[in-house]
Write a protein that binds this ligand. Sequence first.
Ligand SMILES: CCCCCCCCCCCCC[C@@H](O)CC(=O)SCCNC(=O)CCNC(=O)[C@H](O)C(C)(C)COP(=O)(O)OP(=O)(O)OC[C@H]1O[C@@H](n2cnc3c(N)ncnc32)[C@H](O)[C@@H]1OP(=O)(O)O
Length: 294
Amino acid sequence: MIDHKSTQRQVDIKIKKQEERWWDRLTLQEKKPLFLGPDFDRWLDESDAEMELQTKEEKINKISVESRIRKDPYVGLKRGYLFVYNLVQFLGFSWIFVNMTVRLFILGQDSFYDTFHTMADMMYFCQMMAVFEVINPLLGLVKTGFVPAMIQVSGRNVILFVIFGILEEMQNKPVVFFVFYLWSTIEIFRYPFYMLACIGTDWELLTWLRYSLWIPLYPLGVIAEAVALVQSLPIFDETRLFSLPLPAVLGHSLSFSYILQLYLVIMFLGLFFNFRHLSKQRRRRYRSRKRKIH
Ligand SMILES: CCCCCCCCCCCCC[C@@H](O)CC(=O)SCCNC(=O)CCNC(=O)[C@H](O)C(C)(C)COP(=O)(O)OP(=O)(O)OC[C@H]1O[C@@H](n2cnc3c(N)ncnc32)[C@H](O)[C@@H]1OP(=O)(O)O
């Protein structure tokens, strides 16, 4: 016995173990006397100890990450830049989404046919800005992989600038509506999620939407883009726009539509690659959250 204290209700006895190991019971005999009981406020078993160890490890990791972050003198500037970038993109895509939704309610199906003329300028702006999504990981500003970002940005820009932007015949087709609507639906959740990440916070519902909405939206988006591409093929065949000159023995020229058909295959490979990337991000996010909750 190393210490004891008597109160009106009980006698508290502190004893020190000779050897540091887990005890199966308090007394030598199996049945413990009724008057004897452990202090459950101080009770620890193997799983509690493991948790304590884990919490300590997490604290140490946090401190080391924080000290590394503190060493970077530009961290505030970087966060500020990312916050503004995400805010601008959020406002741009929200403008597109809200406008398209309102027009759909007012004009019904008629709104499908002039989506391009009403939304293109803002979409051009947002998608040109999206080039920073490729630059940011290159500069080490965000943890996004360069390849997934490149696939995403260039995939969309081919559709926007080449198929819709250059071919006037495509601009009043309903497919533009579906492509723009699917793109903007994900972005009105993704950018606010990043904005919150910049200020070190997150909302559970927003995080869930960011890491779940892509599951139906990504394949639908690629299907809509593929439809646009297929619809553009006869236009390229007819106009011979961007066709590649060939030697006389091989014919006059190779229609750009053949290149687009090859691109169609690449598009589905891109879908597969990014789908896998986003699944990994989702698993990583929810695995690390579960660990935090335990
Ligand atoms: C001419 C040659 C062309 C060759 C290419 C051809 C390929 C063609 C393929 C075309 C397929 C594209 C189809 C597509 O256009 C269809 C659609 O978009 S449909 C609509 C649905 N779409 C989506 O859901 C995709 C949305 N996009 C994305 O999610 C991203 O762009 C993507 C790069 C795909 C993945 O994102 P990311 O890797 O960034 O995941 P995380 O969100 O988990 O971010 C990782 C961590 O980095 C932090 N981060 C990232 N960006 C920011 C930022 N801007 N500000 C602040 N922080 C940022 C983020 O918080 C994460 O940090 P932590 O891990 O600490 O949480």
